[in-house]
Design a protein around this ligand. Sequence first.
Ligand code: ADP
Length: 826
Amino acid sequence: MGLLCGLIVWLVLDPLQSRALGEIFQKELQQQLEQRARDSRHRFQQYLGQWRLTATGLAQNWRLVEYVKSPAWAQEREKPKTYLNRLPAWMAPAPVSLGAVTPSQIVLLDQDLEPREIFHRQDLPFPLERAASRYPGGDGALLTTLWKAPFLLVWAGVAQPVESKAAILMLIIPLDTIFLLDSQQAVADDETVVALLEGDQQRILASSDQTKVTANMLLEQLRSRYLITSQSITDFADWDQNVQFSTFVSRKRVEATAERILSTERRERFLGALAFVGVFSLLFFLVSMRLHRLLNRIASFGRRALGINQPVSEKGNQLLLLEAWIPDFFALVSEAVEQARLRHELQIRESEALKSALLDSSLDSIVTVDCSGMVVETNGTAERTFGYTREQMLGESLGVKLFHPDDRQQFGKLLQRYNQSAELVAASAPLQLRAFDAQGDEMPVETVVMPILLEHTTLFTVYIRDISARRRAEREIESLATFASDNPSPVLRVNRRGVITYANAASAPLLAYWSLEPQQTLPLYWRNLVLETLEEGGVREIELSGDEQIFSLLLAPFSEQEYVHIYGRDITQVRNAEQQSRQHQSELVHVCRVSTMGEMATGLAHELNQPLAAIVNFASGCVRRLQAGIGGEAELVDAMAQITVQAERAGEIIKRLRSLVGKNASEHTLVNLNDLVIEVASFIEYDAAKKGVDVRLALEQGGLPVRVDLVQIEQVLLNLMRNAMDAMQQTEADQRILVLSTSRLNVREVAVMISDTGPGIPPEVMEKLFDPFFSTKQSGMGMGLAISYRIIEDHNGSIRVTSEKGKGTLFSVQLPSNPDLKLPGL
Ligand code: ADP
């Protein structure tokens, strides 16, 4: 196929190309010939010019110049002097020539243009007078013909002194074959001939090759053999005849060249075409191979895809096989298409079902109406929201059915707007309308209308959303918004820089205290508090005592927004109540103490009894001795001293009692804890003996220095001891043991322990043990432990209780001590 194509292309293109090439060649040849002719003529003219220069050179030769000055030249002569085959004296011995050309005559003319001396190279007569008559004056040259032969005449004036006669040198040069050949300097090849032509008759005057182009031949005779270009000789316009310069190029030679070029070119074209055909065939082969494989693959793919056996065969034309197989293929494809269509329909049905399910499950009521507002379709939500069935709504006017009479117009206008302007394809802005359900209950709704542009008509989808819940929420938010402003307690918002950005009405006393208005900056102390709160991130509570009110301020940071909220609480009354309660408490403590003292009175009376009895004894002893006049002065003095000691002791007891009952202000003094225990133990000594309690002391050696309010700590110890004795009432008489012990826990802490063998404290009692007014005793006030707890707390100490049912209870009081505390005398 490739070869055939190549051949056809070749047969069509070859003659065309050959002709086109021939034309190009002819044109090119013409130009070449003209160029060559111009070159030949140019060389010829240059050669003529050189002869002119030669003549000038000869005229200036010193021999000639000398000769013209000599008397020989000056004398008159009848006839010109002729030299033939010998050189005249005025001429250099070297021959006058250019290449192979020599002048046929060299003539010296005088000022009258008379030939005076003639040098003949050839014995050829020449009409010298005629030649001389054409002298143009000065140096010059002329072309002429004589006896049908062309000649070049060249003149040059000989340099001479003024007094001698003038002399003119004239060269006569025949324009023959040699001249023409020489003029071309052998550039022209032997097939090219140059010639001089007589223009009018078109006759040859002289040629560079006499054998081919002979003188006197007519140009017409030569045209068959030569391509001829004739030109006039421009530099020598005064040629006395119409002489032209012709260039003859051999036709045979040109044709041979043309033939050679054309054949070479054709050979190359042929080779090119051959290469083209080769490449084309190869490509064709490769493409067909590829196509073959592709068809093979299509066939096997089809077989696999459709599960049929046709048509793959390893060899043979796959196209033919495919053609036979294509109907089967189409049958199978249309079957597959049918199946796909069925599947698609099923999918559409499913998607329709899905869509309607989606519509039904939409939160909005969706109602489709036509352009007059009549219901065309509705979803389940609409049925549920308004309580109408779909059938009840279809064909009804949506506006009349659902909307409030005052709002129907608004809805109607919206539909009208869409009806008038077909370009409105976007949904409308939501309309807030009032709607009624089937029960006649009103609800606020938001309505959006979306046009559906169908081919012949326009429908509208109306989305109706029940916004009662949203309205409620909005109202809730509105009421919440007034939360802070309605708050009777101060609420403020302060930003990071301490500027009060919000303050409610109740904040007025606070602002007055700071002397600030809202949007002003808090004082430095408060600014720093705000910053610290923001940085630490925790809530902090600060108390602020104004002129009349006391506020508790809660600073809550909102780090993300760089705000601190200040919630104030007027705690003036709370603080006042606390103050009062404290007063009550101290009075209560006093009362309690007095009551304790009442109970202790018997004990104290017994104690006072001893010194008083001793005083009575000593005093009556003294009286007796004085009355009897016995005993010395020394004895009396001793007795009196004893009386004083005992009276002091009694005074001491009274003083202690007073101090215990008195409402003295708290006063901390440095004491030995052991002394306190011994002293209080002495108070209960009597009572204990009465109740059959065995009081045992186990005190730390070396004393325990504490800085305490003596009276208060004594009161605590008294309370604890009394409770212990009370508890042991139910204990067997010989088992009632009260142990009072002290110890140093560490350098900073000392303790006093009161343990009894009572019944122990049940857990339910243990829980309320330190509560005020909690007592299990009939006549108990329930203040003893509460006050004790408070007193120990005020001393930065602590009270701990351990109790074991049926075994007893241990109260331990820890008090702070100090290594620096030194008891006097220890
Ligand atoms: P009061 O002695 O007036 O009842 P207290 O505050 O001193 O008030 O004691 C409260 C209660 O704690 C007592 O009623 C008693 O039930 C219980 N209690 C105190 N000490 C002991 C103790 N050592 N053993 C058993 N119960 C005790």
